[in-house]
Design a protein around this ligand. Structure first.
Ligand SMILES: NC(=O)c1ccc[n+]([C@@H]2O[C@H](COP(=O)([O-])OP(=O)(O)OC[C@H]3O[C@@H](n4cnc5c(N)ncnc54)[C@H](O)[C@@H]3O)[C@@H](O)[C@H]2O)c1
Length: 295
């Protein structure tokens, strides 16, 4: 299947990025939000990114116009009926996602690809909301934040996902100019299963006073050639998100390396969520990292 028409459900942080990339790749995109205010905000995020690209001379106004013509917002699931691919990017809540997949089951064309961008839920758990004949077309499509910049997409197969679905999704990821890796429907998939224990270990090091926050970050950045240190990255991911993902992983595997350290819980309890709340391991001025804060 050559995927031409894409429906994205949720126009938040991830959904807006997915819709933006699909529109830039020449797909007809419908992005569905829960209400007018969120839709306006999400579409403004996409148009703002395109405006900045024009201002910086990275794209022509004509190109921007063509991308904008590919993108439509909607509040109705019914408008998603023509889509070849539907990607759900609503909040990480199973009940909400099941209700969304039930709506997709109602409106989607037979044979449409149905995907979840979930980070920590099992993709197979969405299955009960769908008619059994749709299960071979159900998969995970796990994008990374910020979507327009991050070149990886994990394609998640459940036991019921068909080979045809995997090859259609790989082709779609390639059309977006990104690289697909195939991952099992197991908690953390590939990247978070390896990344989260590393970040938790760095937090344990800070907790045990191994070194300062800055020196732990500088050590890993310059010593390992990483683009940013682990505590900086934890602030970027969101410490509240880190805590909930670590709970899912610890529940699944029971290994101490997945357990949230007490320092992480304390920071979250204090409202220090990282970049999104203006403070975490560091103080943040919008997108810009400032000094490390006392622990
Ligand atoms: N934030 C990340 O770094 C990241 C990375 C990879 C995957 N994910 C996953 O992506 C998904 C979305 O995360 P996010 O960070 O974009 O969340 P977000 O809160 O920024 O966006 C979710 C959006 O979904 C909308 N929504 C809620 N119910 C809806 C409905 N019924 N119909 C349409 N829209 C609805 C909300 O209004 C909101 O705008 C989650 O499953 C998350 O685990 C997040």
């Amino acid at each position: 299947m050559d995927i031409q028409r894409v429906g994205v459900i949720g126009c938040g942080l991830m959904g807006s990025g997915i819709a933006q990339c699909a529109a830039e790749a020449g797909c007809q995109v419908w992005v569905k939000e829960a209400n007018e205010a969120f839709l306006t905000k999400g579409l403004a995020r996409i148009h703002g990114a395109w405006d900045r690209a024009v201002t910086k001379g990275k794209v022509t106004p004509e190109q921007r116009q063509a991308w904008a013509a590919n993108l439509q917002g909607t509040l109705s699931f019914d408008d998603l009926a023509p889509c070849d691919l539907l990607v759900e990017a609503i909040p990480e809540n199973l009940d909400l996602k099941l209700r969304t997949f039930a709506e997709l089951d109602r409106v989607a064309a037979p044979g449409a690809l149905l995907c979840s961008n979930t980070s920590s839920l099992s993709v197979a758990q969405m299955g009960p909301a769908l008619a059994p004949e749709r299960l071979p077309r159900l998969a995970g499509l796990h994008f990374f934040n910020p979507v327009p910049m991050m070149p990886l997409v994990e394609v998640i197969r459940t036991l019921a996902t068909s080979e045809e679905t995997l090859s259609d999704l790989r082709a779609f990821v390639q059309k977006l100019g990104k690289t697909a890796v195939l991952a099992p429907d197991a908690p953390g998939f590939i990247v978070n299963r390896l990344l989260i224990p590393y970040l938790l270990d760095a937090i344990r090091c800070a907790e045990q006073g191994l070194s300062s926050v800055e020196d732990i970050d500088t050590g890993m950045k310059l010593g390992c050639g990483h683009p940013m240190g682990p505590l900086h990255l934890a602030d970027f991911v969101g410490l509240d998100t880190m805590q909930s993902v670590s709970e899912v992983l610890f529940d699944a595997f029971g290994e101490p390396r997945f357990k949230a350290p007490s320092l992480l819980r304390q920071l979250v309890a204090a409202g220090r969520f990282g970049r999104k709340s203006g403070s975490g391991f560091y103080r943040w001025e919008g997108e810009k990292r400032a000094e490390a804060l006392p622990l």
